[in-house]
Design a protein around this ligand. Structure first.
Ligand code: UDX
Length: 431
């Protein structure tokens, strides 16, 4: 497993757990040390247990040396493809460097499996380089759809498996069938296709999800001006099975290490392929998403009679979504930073993400628990819907704040319960 981030570390542990012999390789010695001790370098429910179990079998180890890939029959490429600084396109440096280094240890008959999210065309380029360097070795594209917070479940019981084969590469298909014997035996749908389609499936899926979220957030904007309730609207349209209720939660919008950069890289790649017009709607998806963050800051100002300056604001949630300590492009921290820049005294809390948040958002004040965050607050803002916060007792919290005002940036609280306990409640797109 080349690359031990969210994708590679989870995949390595799960593949060892189902019986394969796995070595996880990463350039970061600290990450490798932690994994060798059975400690995940990030918060992922269920992963510590799988890691410990797999390590105990002796089938899983981690290393910083690419030469440890020698002798493996299958080489998974799981390195990151972040957004290039100042551009929409994906940065393929890690993919290209890892691949160039790996190739020296690949033997004829081995299979290289691409899992990273890449611009379409990358697999074909790597396939050709591999064929030239190691005749008899093959490359297959096998995109990964795991969600943070559900990564173990999504890896062991995926919704579907996709193989993007180079021509009629039945050998790689047989090898992957062997690797994924467990989920395939459980009847996981398998789509066998060409490499271009397999690469596109991943970005198409993420673009669709992002579009669904921005669609409902556009409806939230309309509900705000027309006096409607976007949660009731989502319930009503979601009952139509063709639409479905999932991913129709309006609020602060999407963040994280995938959706935002994937839609941007997809637009950039379409442009490079001469299809500039095709994905312009994703530009709108992106701007609707970013507008929600500014709107949240605006509602905070409105709730504090026109200015946040000098006011104490409690922010509940720092991670980009619950059940994760990932703060990459976190909508919650973006809003917290805006309020801080406007002179508010912001105190942020989160059950898991304080350490990662403090690294990137050093200017903000982080506190360990809800009580500390809300003490004497003029406004409480729920920005990441951790179950812990959804279970708060409005009457008890009212006794801790200076003024009972709550902004529900994820439309996740029960407005009546909070209003009933004397709070001024505002959501996004809900009256
Ligand atoms: C996503 C894809 O779901 C996954 O298949 C892919 O492999 C990687 O990218 P992830 O980034 O872990 O996974 O998070 P996801 O659960 O998809 O949520 C993305 C963002 O959308 C979060 O910020 C979440 O808060 C937001 N979201 C989600 C909404 O704003 N509304 C919704 O209804 C659902």
């Amino acid at each position: 497993m080349i690359g031990c981030g969210y994708l590679g570390a989870v995949h390595a542990a799960c593949m060892a757990d189902v019986g394969h012999e796995v070595v996880g390789i990463d350039v970061d010695p600290e990450r490798v040390d932690l994994l060798e001790r059975g400690e995940p370098p990030f918060y992922e429910p269920g992963l510590p247990e799988v890691l410990t179990r797999a390590r105990a079998t002796g089938r899983l180890r981690f290393s910083t040396k690419m030469s440890d890939a020698a002798g493996a029959r299958v080489h998974f490429l799981c390195v990151g493809t972040p957004q290039k600084a100042g551009e929409n396109a994906a940065d393929l440096t890690f993919v290209d460097e890892a691949f160039a280094e790996l190739i020296a240890h690949v033997r004829p008959g081995d299979v290289v499996v691409g899992k990273s999210t890449v611009p379409v065309g990358t697999a074909e380029r790597l396939s050709e380089a591999l064929r030239t360097a190691v005749p008899g070795a093959r490359l297959v594209w096998n995109p990964e759809f795991l969600r943070e917070g559900f990564a173990v479940k999504d890896t062991l019981h995926p919704d579907r498996l996709v193989y993007g084969l180079d021509d009629d590469d039945t050998t790689s298909q047989a090898v992957l069938d062997e690797v994924y014997a467990a989920p395939l035996a459980e009847g996981t749908p398998l789509v066998v296709t060409d490499q271009a389609t397999a690469q596109l499936v991943k970005v198409a899926a993420n673009s669709f999800l992002a579009t669904k979220i921005s669609f409902i957030n556009a409806m939230a904007e309309l509900c705000e001006v027309a006096g409607g309730d976007v949660s009731a609207l989502a319930d009503a349209i979601g009952h139509d099975a063709r639409i479905g209720r999932k991913f129709l939660n309006a609020g602060l919008g999407f963040g994280g290490g995938c959706l935002p950069k994937d839609i941007r890289a997809f637009m950039a790649r379409a442009g490079e392929l001469g299809a500039d017009q095709t994905l312009t709607f994703l530009r709108e998806v992106d701007s609707i998403n970013l507008r929600r963050r500014e709107r949240a800051a605006e509602v905070a100002r409105e709730m504090l009679d026109g200015s946040v300056s000098g006011r104490r604001i409690a922010v509940l949630g720092a991670a980009f979504k619950p059940n994760s300590d990932d703060v990459r492009d976190s909508p919650a921290l973006d809003v917290a930073r805006r309020l801080h820049q406007h002179g508010a005294e912001v105190r942020v809390t989160d059950p898991q993400a304080l350490r990662t948040a403090a690294r990137t958002y050093g200017e903000l004040t982080f506190v360990g628990d809800v009580e500390d965050a809300v003490a004497g607050a003029d406004l409480v803002m729920l920005l990441t819907e951790w179950p812990l916060y959804l279970g708060l007792d409005p009457a008890r919290v009212a006794g801790l704040v200076a003024e009972p005002r709550i902004f529900d940036g994820r439309n996740a609280l029960d407005p009546q319960a909070w209003r009933g306990a004397g709070w001024t409640y505002r959501g996004l797109g809900r009256s």
